[in-house]
Design a protein around this ligand. Structure first.
Ligand SMILES: NC(=O)c1ccc[n+]([C@@H]2O[C@H](COP(=O)([O-])OP(=O)(O)OC[C@H]3O[C@@H](n4cnc5c(N)ncnc54)[C@H](O)[C@@H]3O)[C@@H](O)[C@H]2O)c1
Ligand SMILES: [Fe+2]
Length: 373
């Protein structure tokens, strides 16, 4: 049986924050990215919240949120007893909000009425996923909390909010979207509904991301990439991901490589590996590459996938992404030393079962070693 559902109500466009004006007499906990306090973006968001609401802010959000930070937010949650939580920021902030909600509801023994997500990066798709990725700093692992009820009720996609992101954040989070789209396209639970979204996201990102990197104020390109991020999120939430994410999570946990950059390094190798091992994956990649205009219609599957891989590399180069751990500043000897741990933890990662083929330890090692130096 195929399944598909989209529980999140989505509002997209430069007027999407107007939706906040429908909130009345609520207790609202705003979980804000750390760049927001004092910014025009936060003032703009607050200007849409009516004064009959009681509103508090938690903004001590750090990238790859660890449990102790989330528990600080839970204290504020338990005091305020919010009816609504709004997670505003990159994936780390939206996931911090989801984490605060998760533990806050358990400890407070009640449920909030609504979770609203307002992304400020075009990247994780967390505004439509059932997942909060939390870092276990002691074990150097990222642990996803996955519960369908954590899927936000409402997502507001305002492309203006993404425009303040540094170039590197635009590049890395945008390449994360491409990774979500390419992994979900061939993942174990992909179906016609999710494939349609994955293919559209591949086209949108390969056609518009570099433009967003070069001209961050291009609102049309930003809107397309923001929506692509969102539909790729829906696709992978249902279809699953694969070993690019399984290994990328280890690069984040061990070497603090930003999530999207870790995926960018690994993606060419993972696409080549899955296309080489799995005929249906090869074919789906080729179709997507043709639909996106990366390969021409008459091309054979293998040549089309080569073009796709070349496109990934070209985009990474155009956006100045370091493509090895060494180029990112990690000591290669240290990276080699951790190989066995990284492979063992990648296999335990929640995204691992989604991969279209089950890789051997040696296969995983080869992919990982390709990005060391
Ligand atoms: N929940 C999910 O389904 C899901 C999916 C994929 C990844 N993730 C997680 O999301 C996190 C990565 O999220 P991300 O790529 O959005 O990065 P991020 O949230 O870590 O943000 C990166 C940096 O950019 C800053 N920033 C964000 N938006 C900005 C803006 N508009 N202007 C200026 N600065 C801005 C942040 O303050 C931060 O310093 C990782 O922890 C990853 O594991 C979650
Ligand atoms: Fe991701």
């Amino acid at each position: 049986m195929e399944k598909f559902s989209m529980p999140t109500r989505i509002y997209s466009g430069t007027d999407s924050l107007n939706e906040l004006e429908t909130l009345h007499n609520e207790r609202i906990l705003m979980v804000c990215d750390s760049f927001l306090p004092g910014s025009d973006t936060l003032k703009e968001i607050q200007s849409h919240i009516k004064s009959d609401n009681k509103c508090e802010i938690f903004s001590d959000v750090v990238p790859d949120p660890p449990l102790d930070k989330i528990m600080e937010g839970v204290q504020q949650f338990l005091k305020l007893k919010p009816t609504i939580v709004i997670g505003i920021g990159g994936g780390s902030a939206m996931d911090t909000g989801k984490g605060i909600r998760f533990f806050g509801e358990k400890l407070g023994k009640y449920q909030i009425d609504k979770y609203i997500a307002i992304p400020t990066t075009s990247g994780t798709g967390s505004e439509v996923t059932n997942t909060a990725v939390i870092s276990d700093t002691k074990e150097h692992r990222k642990v996803p909390v996955m519960e369908d009820y954590l899927t936000p009720d409402c997502a507001l996609l305002d492309p203006k909010l993404v425009m303040t992101a540094p170039k590197s954040v635009t590049a890395f989070s945008g390449m994360d979207v491409l990774t979500h789209a390419l992994e979900s396209l061939v993942a174990k639970d992909a179906n016609l509904f999710t494939i349609a979204l994955s293919e559209e996201a591949i086209d949108a990102i390969t056609s518009n991301l570099v433009e967003c990197y070069r001209h961050g104020d291009n609102v049309e390109a930003r809107k397309i990439v923001h929506e692509a991020s969102n539909i790729a999120g829906t696709a992978f939430n249902i279809a699953g991901l694969g070993i690019c994410h399984s290994i990328a999570h280890q690069l984040g946990a061990n070497f603090h490589v930003p999530h999207g950059l870790a995926n960018t390094m690994l993606l060419p190798y993972v696409v080549a590996y899955n296309a080489g091992q799995c005929e249906p994956a090869l074919h789906r990649f080729a179709i997507a590459a043709k639909k996106a205009g990366i390969a021409s219609p008459g091309m054979g599957d293998r040549v089309a996938v080569k073009r796709l891989i070349a496109k990934i590399r070209e985009m990474a180069r155009q956006m100045n992404c370091p493509m090895t751990l060494k180029a990112f500043g990690v000591d290669p000897a240290k990276a080699e030393e951790l190989t066995d741990t990284i492979i063992a933890n990648a296999k335990k990662d929640a995204t691992f079962p989604g991969n279209p083929v089950v890789p051997s330890d040696d296969d995983l090692k080869k992919v990982y070693e390709s990005v060391i130096r």
